[in-house]
Design a protein around this ligand. Structure first.
Ligand code: HSE
Length: 365
């Protein structure tokens, strides 16, 4: 397999190093605006060179962002090249088009690194969906916020210091808004729900509350309650309806989710017959994520099918029946609600906009 690598940031560099010395695949070309004399391959800043090069059968995209990545991937598929991407933003925004195009062009499209970093979550999920009816997916799917919340819980480090550290370590997205406001986790939830349920849901329909307004008083209140806060995603299927949301969630201190620290991710799927299966590992960082990219390349070299699933039926999000208790902090301090729907909890937060508010769901013990 001859690979063209688009992007040479944290993940691109790690993938390049992991691929060196392998007999089954070679990075022959890197797309880069900068000259990189240290690399043992062709370096070009012209995507047309890659498109025209018939010896390149697979394009690995780790540039991020919507354009030019979307245009490049569509052109590469039309030229008969397989695609491996780590780009969740792109996969969410153009899910239906990219799947359809891959099928029409008879090429493989893989994005395992787009959700769960080094965990083979999407591949395991799609495999499970072929064996059983999946009814729920959920977990911690953002390494940056888990790193920050873990540090704030353990040592009381302040929010800004934690964010700077996560950025310096290369965990955060180029714009950390996507991490701290929950949008990165929401994109990973979209991909997880789509594969689990054979649907296509829209990112912007999923209510999302991040961690940017958390403060020291919240951590003190949660400690009193014997709870630990995690930014959690969840999607469920009931009677053909899909509920989904992203929300800080309070877990009992001894639970496995509460014990998942640092950049660790922990994701769980529930099958109607085989029950719950959980996967954990490093959710961010060059080598873990680069390893997922590498595993997609190996799967393609071994002849995996076009995409993980063939179905992508458009489905609206309906949170009117998903019920929980919530911790709600408005100007008057934090209180816990009785059982209310997720739709109602987010509506209360919406009504309090302008105030310093925080919302966290209480996981049932
Ligand atoms: N910014 C992402 C995270 C990178 O922190 O999880 C991995 O997708």
């Amino acid at each position: 397999m001859n690979i063209a690598l688009l992007g040479f940031g944290t993940v691109g560099r790690a993938f390049y190093e992991l691929a060196l010395g392998r007999g089954d695949l070679r990075v022959t070309t890197v797309l880069s605006r900068r000259a990189r004399p240290e690399l043992r391959c062709t370096v070009t800043d012209r995507f047309e060179d890659i498109l025209r090069d018939r010896s390149i059968d697979t394009v690995v995209e780790v540039m991020g962002g919507l354009e030019p990545a979307y245009g490049y991937l569509c052109e590469a598929m039309r030229a008969g090249k397989h695609i491996v991407t780590a780009n969740k933003q792109l996969m969410c925004a153009h899910y239906d088009e990219l799947l359809t195009l891959a099928q029409e062009c008879g090429v493989s499209l893989r994005c395992t690194a787009a959700a769960g970093g080094g965990i083979p979550w999407l591949t395991s999920l799609s495999r499970a969906a072929r064996l059983d009816e999946l009814t729920a997916v959920g977990g911690i799917l953002n390494g940056t916020t888990n790193y920050m919340l873990s540090a704030m819980t353990a040592s009381g480090t302040d929010y800004t210091t934690c964010l700077r550290e996560a950025q310096a370590l290369g965990y955060a997205e180029a714009d950390p808004t996507a991490d701290v406001e929950g949008y990165d986790a929401r994109r990973k939830l979209v991909l997880s729900a789509n594969l689990a349920f054979g649907v296509s849901v829209r990112e912007e329909e999923i209510p999302c509350f991040g961690i940017s307004s958390v403060d020291a008083a919240d951590f003190a209140a949660w400690r009193e309650m014997g709870r630990v806060c995690k930014l959690f995603v969840r999607a469920e299927r009931h009677d053909g309806r899909i509920s989904a949301f992203v929300c800080p969630t309070l877990f009992p201190t001894a639970s496995p989710v509460a014990q998942t620290n640092g950049t660790g991710n922990l994701v769980t799927l529930r099958g109607a017959r085989f029950g719950e299966l959980s996967f954990s590992g490093a959710g961010a960082g060059g080598y873990p994520t680069g390893s997922s990219v590498l595993s997609d390349c190996v799967d393609i070299a071994e002849g995996c099918p076009s995409f993980y699933v063939t179905r992508h039926e458009p489905k609206p999000i309906d949170n009117s029946a998903a019920v929980s208790r919530f911790y709600l902090r408005t100007g008057d301090g934090g209180t816990c609600t009785g059982p209310i729907t997720v739709a109602e909890a987010f509506a209360r937060i919406e009504r309090a906009r302008g105030e310093q508010v925080f919302l966290a769901r209480l996981e049932e013990e």
